[in-house]
Design a protein around this ligand. Structure first.
Ligand code: ZN
Ligand code: FE
Length: 256
């Protein structure tokens, strides 16, 4: 298996775009180009050959670089077949659960609605990487714009069901504000208090808090912990379903 490198590229105010490349072949792909310029610079500086752009969802801050990058590097744009109308410049349309091959890596597209009705995440099976767009964030989950709480719950659970050692790359640096919310409702979680120290240290140096891992999120992300008794108790929802706890947490976070 070839090992893939991931370069995190800061874009706009708090977006992350990603460049994934094979260091031997120099072939590369981008996930969610929030804007063209920083990505053109990075691709050029790293001396990479950009072949594909993969899109998690149609929001402007995830597709704005599409056309300029496609013109400049003659790459192909890949996205979810059912949302192809909203993805600028799309060339290759993929269905839910379908595998897209990048050299010897198998990238699985997973339908994950809730933030938008056509949101997907990409799971790199061999390198164990997941690019989750705005479904899951470090210590949080995406806002519900085009779906129901049930959609979002199921999408977050899909991410949660990946193996513990999978690295998660999300679309934004929202970790510090997510941390405040988690601490408000999960204050006795030792993993969380320990992680809070790490996050504060990273952010004080303006360093990214991503990637995270599935295991780390299971231990500390309140939206992954709807089955935890202390949390359902705190919300007055003891004995209720995980989905109900999730819905309540999402509502509370919207107004936090
Ligand atoms: Zn979005
Ligand atoms: Fe976004």
């Amino acid at each position: 298996m070839s090992h893939l490198n991931v370069n995190l590229i800061k874009c706009l105010s708090d977006n992350y775009s990603y460049i994934i490349s094979n260091p031997n072949s120099k072939k590369a792909m981008i996930i969610d180009p929030a804007e063209a310029n920083p990505l053109v610079d990075a691709i050029t500086k790293l001396n990479l050959n950009l072949e594909y752009i993969l899109i998690t969802h149609h929001h402007q801050d995830h597709v704005d670089g599409n056309l300029e990058l496609k013109n400049k590097f003659n790459c192909k744009i890949v996205g979810f077949a059912d949302d192809s109308d909203r993805i600028p410049g799309i060339d290759i349309m993929i269905k839910d659960k379908e595998i897209f091959n990048f050299e010897d890596e198998e990238i699985q597209l997973n339908f994950s609605p809730g933030h938008t009705s056509g949101h997907v995440f990409f799971y790199f099976k061999k390198n164990k990487l997941a690019f989750v767009g705005d479904v899951v964030f470090a210590l949080g989950c995406g806002r519900i714009f085009e779906g129901t709480a049930k959609d979002m719950y199921q999408s977050v659970m899909k991410v949660k069901s990946l193996p513990d050692d999978v690295k998660i790359f999300c679309g934004h640096e929202y970790t510090e504000s997510n941390l405040k919310f988690c601490l408000a409702y999960d204050q006795n979680n030792n993993y969380l208090t320990k992680r809070a120290v790490e996050i504060k240290s990273l952010r004080s140096k303006d360093l990214p808090t991503v990637p995270t891992t599935i295991l780390n999120e299971k231990q500390t992300n309140i939206f992954f912990r709807c089955d935890d008794k202390a949390i359902s108790q705190k919300l007055g929802l003891e004995g209720h379903s995980e989905e109900k706890v999730f819905k309540k947490l999402r509502e509370l976070k919207d107004n936090f």
